[in-house]
Design a protein around this ligand. Structure first.
Ligand code: ATP
Ligand code: ATP
Ligand code: MG
Ligand code: MG
Ligand code: MG
Ligand code: MG
Ligand code: MG
Length: 299
């Protein structure tokens, strides 16, 4: 748009669709690996959870968050990652295609770049790993937290299922179809199937699988690695806040400050945010505690 000289072809620009995301909403960009079921088989991922592959996903997510300081938090499980842009974010004027395509291409580029660190003896060859992506706007903190809870409950349900399924195969000597049928019968037998989601972290169904693991294989699901049970949260690490110790409320003096001053403050906050250490942890993001202790994530 720098050249003022218009050619007769310029009109094609008007065919572009405007895709500015709703202002003042939390933007979640979720990416998901394309055809990772095949990719897992091709590179011999350990089932159900290959630690190298999870570490690679987390490393790529950290790199994305370093490159894009507007992202306040990320949550990853399996071959997917959700990145949350703060509701005040104005990156690319909040154009959806710009935000989604930048996250997807940055993530994919780092995934491929870092592959050899995590799979040193397995060189990548085409078809190369790639990811799809979408953006969703959430208008309230409650909606955003419910989104995070939704993904973590999904992680829990899938991991419990996959752990039981693969244990029946790897330690119980069942075939894939046999294991699937074995678990299906119990699903149908459970009258409170629908209640499972609200029964987190226990449900009639979960209890059945826990019971299978324990009685047949002496395995306690609780002792499984946290990264498998809870997924991974990526965020900027500041000092933890003790629950209940609220910040000093806004005074009339604060409110009387000139706008330029608050702008400087916002700039400082942004710089501080960009410099903070990015950490990966495997914590419960459903309960209040995680958010109460890190008020900067949602403020
Ligand atoms: P952005 O980088 O903001 O997404 P863009 O990718 O559409 O915008 P550029 O990459 O800067 O734009 O440029 C692409 C081409 O389109 C350039 O030749 C530029 O001159 C032309 N162009 C961009 N915007 C306009 C516009 N509003 N009207 C006419 N031509 C434009
Ligand atoms: P699509 O292109 O539609 O996303 P997909 O094959 O990637 O197809 P998903 O539903 O995304 O399907 O499932 C991802 C698959 O990759 C699952 O089977 C999951 O168990 C597997 N997977 C992802 N990460 C790991 C890992 N770290 N270890 C073992 N398996 C993994
Ligand atoms: Mg261009
Ligand atoms: Mg998919
Ligand atoms: Mg996938
Ligand atoms: Mg997936
Ligand atoms: Mg451009």
């Amino acid at each position: 748009a720098t050249n003022t000289l218009l050619s007769r072809f310029e009109y094609v620009k008007d065919f572009e669709r405007s895709d500015y995301l709703l202002p003042n909403t939390w933007v979640v960009v979720r990416i998901d690996g394309k055809g990772f079921t095949k990719l897992c088989a091709r590179y011999g991922f350990e089932k159900p959870n290959d630690r190298r592959a999870l570490d690679l996903m987390n490393a790529a997510a950290k790199a994305v968050m370093t490159d894009l300081p507007d992202i306040t938090i990320g949550y990853g499980v399996s071959d997917e990652y959700s990145f949350i842009f703060h509701k005040t974010c104005t990156l690319y004027d909040r154009r959806e295609s710009k935000l989604v395509s930048t996250v997807v291409s940055t993530f994919s580029a780092y995934y491929v770049h870092l592959w050899s660190t995590y799979f040193p003896d397995m060189p990548l060859a085409p078809p190369l790993p790639s990811f799809d992506g979408r953006a969703v706007c959430y208008p309230s903190v409650q909606n955003l937290r419910d989104y995070m809870s939704w993904r973590q409950v999904d992680c829990h349900i899938n991991n419990l299922y996959n752990t039981t399924f693969w244990t029946l195969i790897q330690q119980g000597g069942m075939g894939a179809t046999e294991a699937e049928e074995f678990l299906k019968v119990r699903d149908v037998a459970s009258p409170s199937n629908v209640k499972l989601l609200t029964d987190y972290p226990q449900g009639t169904l979960s209890k059945d699988k826990n019971e299978i693991l324990y009685s047949k294989f002496h395995m306690n699901y609780n002792n499984e690695p946290e990264i498998n049970k809870k997924g991974s949260v990526v965020f900027r690490d500041y000092e933890l806040v003790e629950p209940g110790s609220d910040k000093v409320a806004e005074t009339i003096d604060d409110l009387a400050e000139p706008v330029t001053q608050s702008k400087t403050q916002a700039e400082n906050d942004k710089k501080r945010r960009a410099k903070a250490r990015i950490v990966v942890e495997h914590l419960d993001v459903i309960k209040d505690d995680f958010w109460d202790r890190r008020p900067w994530l949602l403020s």
